[in-house]
Design a protein around this ligand. Structure first.
Ligand code: PLP
Length: 458
């Protein structure tokens, strides 16, 4: 099909929308290693996991066999507010780059949370409500997840307590106020409101916090409050499952015009948008139906896939969550404070880790000034001011398109544009002022942090 017939934006009709999430674990030959109970170091049981997560989500977390899980009608109705997300042909970017490559991006920023995180927030809030819970606690880094969860909780009339990484709390007062407008309570982390927060403050006075710390506080708060459960916006199997809506819509939109992707690119923090975007395509690869390159892009300052170890590690600094086998920099790893581009998590989804380990996908890391210059170019030609996180994928999409320019190949590149960057203007300011650095951790720093991962004889 020639370019003329492919619309600038591909939207699905309501009848073409996915009605079930796709669980790629069902098609994986090597399943992700089981979660281990932090105390017993044995594979965690549904019963134990149900103490932390609500029951239906605990089931989804442990389900390695069901390929399609129907999306409840209430969630489908909520999705209608901001889905389908468009698959956009980046004609202007292609023209600017003078590349023969065809570039598409799946835009997930069309909702107030400004990111894909709402896809899982509504699912997690829904199951909590269905179980009759009073409220949920969570952590948020840059603030997108906290905002998404606040929106979902407000819609379903659930209470929402957010522990926000202190540096973001201070740098992003507007994000904080969006959450409060939706009725959430927001506390900077580490805080003195939890035992683990007080302990972290004592050990690292003046710390600006990390996702790992905030997770520990949120878990503690949930376990000490009646009718509360903890929810997490990335990393977990259940989150990848909910985020498969991104990949399913993308695949349906491509199939509609008989477009075959050669390269699929996603940014990777905890791995949820990437995992969701690639799941249906990895499924095709696993079943031998299609082949394409898949590239995870991470920040050079927090390079879990490209420089981490594939071992069991704690998911949080306070070591209260189950242990997960994943590519990790060690749960104590805190990216340099000069790092402004998000994607700060020390580990990676166990599904993405296993796929990477099995050679089903590649990973690369990029430095933040290169990321922000890609963001700036994209904003100028495509009109959307991207989130710094998303801009990691933009960077590599541009790099791959430039390779096509050299070779003359007309490859089809699809990347995930996970969100908008309107709340990231402090980071953009640093870039615009020429004050942004490219700190890359040394091998010694990474080795010292990884040396603190638990020794598991499994
Ligand atoms: C949270 C976030 C990410 C990274 O999280 P993943 O779980 O790796 O997807 C990427 N982009 C945006 C806009 C985000 O808010």
């Amino acid at each position: 099909m020639d370019n003329q017939q492919i619309p600038y934006k591909i939207y699905l009709e309501e009848s073409e929308m996915p009605k079930a999430w796709y669980n790629v674990r069902a098609d994986m030959i090597n399943k992700p290693a089981p979660l281990l109970d932090a105390r017993t170091r044995k594979p965690i049981t549904l019963e134990a996991l149900s103490q932390v997560f609500c029951e239906e989500l605990a089931k989804q977390e442990l389900d390695d066999t069901t390929a399609y899980i129907p999306i409840p009608q209430e969630i489908l109705d909520f999705y209608k507010m901001y889905r389908p997300a468009p698959l956009v042909r980046a004609y202007c970017l292609e023209k600017k780059l003078e590349t023969p490559a065809k570039i598409y991006y799946k835009f997930e920023g069309n909702n107030t949370s400004g990111s894909h995180k709402l896809n899982s927030a509504i699912a997690q809030a829904y199951y909590a409500k269905k179980q009759g819970l009073k409220g949920v606690t969570t952590e948020t880094g840059a603030g997108q997840w906290g905002t998404a969860l606040s929106m979902a909780c407000a819609y379903l009339d659930l209470e929402c307590q957010v522990y926000m990484v202190k540096v973001s709390y201070e740098q992003k007062p507007h994000r904080r106020e969006v959450m409060r407008t939706y009725g959430a309570t927001v506390t900077p982390s580490p805080s003195d409101t939890t035992a683990v927060g007080r302990q972290i403050l004592q050990e690292f006075p003046g710390t600006t916090g990390s996702l790992g710390c905030a997770i520990s506080e949120a878990v503690e708060a949930a376990s000490t409050r009646e009718g509360y459960r903890y929810v997490l916006g990335s990393v977990l199997n259940q989150v990848l499952l909910h985020q498969s809506i991104i990949g399913l819509e993308t695949k349906a939109a491509l199939d509609k015009y008989n477009i075959k992707p050669d390269i699929i690119i996603g940014c990777a923090g905890g791995g949820s948008n990437l995992g969701g975007l690639i799941s249906p395509f990895v499924g095709q690869k696993l079943r031998g139906e299609a082949d394409m390159r898949i590239i995870a892009v991470e920040p050079a300052s927090c390079p879990s896939l490209t420089r981490g170890s594939y071992v069991y590690d704690y998911c949080d600094t306070g070591r209260v969550c189950p242990l997960q086998k994943m590519y990790t920099l060690g749960s104590g790893f805190i990216p340099s404070s000069s790092h402004a581009g998000g994607l700060r998590y020390h580990g990676m989804s166990s599904v993405v880790s296993q796929l990477y380990h099995d050679g089903l996908m590649e990973a690369t890391s990029v430095e933040q000034t290169a990321v922000f210059s890609a963001a700036q170019l994209f904003a100028k030609v495509e009109g959307i001011l991207p989130a710094p996180e998303s801009s990691h994928a933009i960077r590599v999409a541009i790099d791959e398109a430039m390779k096509c320019k050299e070779t003359g190949e007309e490859k089809t590149i699809v990347f995930g544009l996970t969100g908008t960057g309107y709340f990231d203007m402090v980071a953009y300011q640093r870039f615009n002022d020429g004050k942004m650095g490219d700190y890359i951790p040394t091998d010694e720093e990474i080795a010292a942090s990884i040396a603190k991962t638990p020794v598991i004889d499994a």
